[in-house]
Design a protein around this ligand. Structure first.
Ligand code: HEC
Ligand code: HEC
Length: 215
């Protein structure tokens, strides 16, 4: 009897160690910082203050969104010539550590100067109130009244995002309804209803807001 119990205990311990070996260890933000320095900072500057308008700002973006995007970029479900090969090299542990670092990084990026003011004003109206005649839902309904996003719903921060990146991703949402996002249709419906002028307006508004403004 005792030996049966002992074997059961050994099997249980063996099972638990396999289970533990398979589940990723806790995220290590210090290791994430090292990985970021080696692999990310040349494009995504710390604090999001990259001067390049094509680069996505990721410092201070919510953790569920960053995790989801890195997994989608790694799997190729979200196509990106630049990010697919980089993400393909990341393990689950690397993603956990990088996300711990980037989501906690203080977003310092300033607003993008040089946005067309009239366009930004039109963009603010679409952001806050939508445009019923054009079938356009207010962005704030899902992204929050300061564009800060909703982490639990995997909805990203968008105010202060880089203008070149905003233009590109909104065009991508309009053209490709499903590229592996959590809620693939939400942004397709939104972006497909935007006229070209309104797309420029919303980009001018979002880019003219500071990244990481307090919610
Ligand atoms: C060679 C430049 C470059 C490097 C290096 C780079 N990125 Fe990117 N990253 C981009 C670009 C450009 C985009 C926007 C997508 C696109 O245009 O292909 C992007 C997009 C992203 C996104 C999606 C952001 C969003 O708002 O949806 C995440 C997350 C990301 N990168 C994380 C990382 C991480 C983590 C590293 C380091 C392991 C890294 N990137 C290294 C250029 C780079
Ligand atoms: C019905 C909810 C909803 C509405 C309304 C909405 N969004 Fe989104 N948005 C999302 C979700 C969810 C995502 C994450 C991507 C996904 O899962 O499809 C997203 C992603 C984005 C992104 C990508 C950010 C990044 O870093 O990659 C941008 C930019 C964006 N939205 C802009 C807007 C703008 C501008 C409007 C208003 C014209 C808007 N959204 C309205 C739900 C919404």
């Amino acid at each position: 009897m005792r030996s049966i119990l002992a074997s059961a205990a050994i099997i249980l311990i063996a099972f638990l160690s396999i289970t533990f070996a398979q589940s990723p260890p806790a995220a290590d933000a210090d290791r994430g910082a090292q990985l970021a320095e080696q692999q990310c900072l040349r494009c995504h500057h710390p604090g999001g203050d990259s001067p390049e308008p094509e680069q996505a700002r990721i410092a201070g973006q919510n953790a569920p969104y960053l995790t989801f995007q890195l997994q989608a970029l790694r799997a190729g479900a979200r196509p990106s010539e630049t990010m697919n090969p980089i993400a393909a090299e990341l393990s689950d542990q690397d993603i956990a550590d990088l996300v711990a670092f980037w989501s906690a990084a203080e977003p310092k990026g300033s607003a993008w100067d040089g946005q067309d003011e009239a366009a930004a004003e039109r963009g603010r109206a679409i952001f806050a109130d939508g445009d019923a005649a054009a079938g356009q839902i207010a962005c704030a309904v899902c992204h929050g009244d300061q564009g800060q996003g909703v982490a639990d719903l995997v909805i990203p921060r968008i105010t202060g995002q880089a203008p070149g990146y905003l233009t590109a991703i909104l065009a991508e949402f309009a053209a490709v309804p499903d590229f592996g996002m959590a809620q693939p249709n939400a942004m397709h419906v939104v972006a497909a209803a935007l006229s070209e002028t309104d797309l420029d307006a919303i980009v001018a508004y979002l880019a003219s807001q500071p990244w990481g403004a307090a919610p």
